[in-house]
Design a protein around this ligand. Sequence first.
Ligand code: IPE
Ligand code: IPE
Ligand code: MG
Length: 236
Amino acid sequence: MTDKKNKLEHIAVIMDGNGRWAQKRGMPRTVGHKKGAETVKEITRAAGELGIKYLTLYAFSTENWQRSEDEVNALMDLLREYLKSDIKELQENGVRIIFIGERDMLATDIVEQMKKVEEETINNNKMVLCIALSYGSRQEIVNAARRIAVLFKRGDIEPEDIDIKMFSDMLYTKDIPDPDILIRTSGEHRISNYLLWQLAYAEMFFTDTLWPDFSRKELEQIIQDYQTRERRYGKV
Ligand code: IPE
Ligand code: IPE
Ligand code: MG
């Protein structure tokens, strides 16, 4: 082991396995989502205490709209509850909350609550909690391309003006550095339309642990493991 330290600002998480956690116990999937929401609180707290500046959590994908109406409704109700009651602790701990994703697919009361939470926490600077909600990376990239096309059509830019920086600035994540670590729980080894652009050089961690069982201890182990990795960015 070396004593070099990799930069660690941003951890992105695919919180997966809620449904299986419940089904293993003979309970409806929604019970797993409820337990998963508890893990969100624990891990947010832990990340703050560990000095992580950005934590991005995949809460609901654009593809998750295709689940049963009952499950989608249960998830939206959990979200309403989270937006109302769990913000206080985040506020006290200096956490700024932002949302990324397709807002026009969400119910208006939820969108309003999201805006309110973003505004209320805008000056907090200990950590940024970014919640990916109704989020799909391909749609995000398509939206960016459209915005750039509009600028070109208006004559505001030339094709040569389009570069990596400019494109990044058109994404929902424009104010956030790229993730250093991606964690996916539940034993699935895929990205599922998450931060496709932003994860270009992230270190990947896949754990079999189901999200409701994921703990601060496991997060700490991942961070420790991350510090032993060599990030080469294509160099030698
Ligand atoms: C992750 O758990 C939460 C969401 C996708 C909303 P899942 O609901 O995908 O649980 P599994 O993967 O079916 O176990
Ligand atoms: C990814 O999990 C989305 C979230 C964690 C919110 P899924 O369970 O939806 O992904 P797939 O279907 O296994 O790829
Ligand atoms: Mg899943």
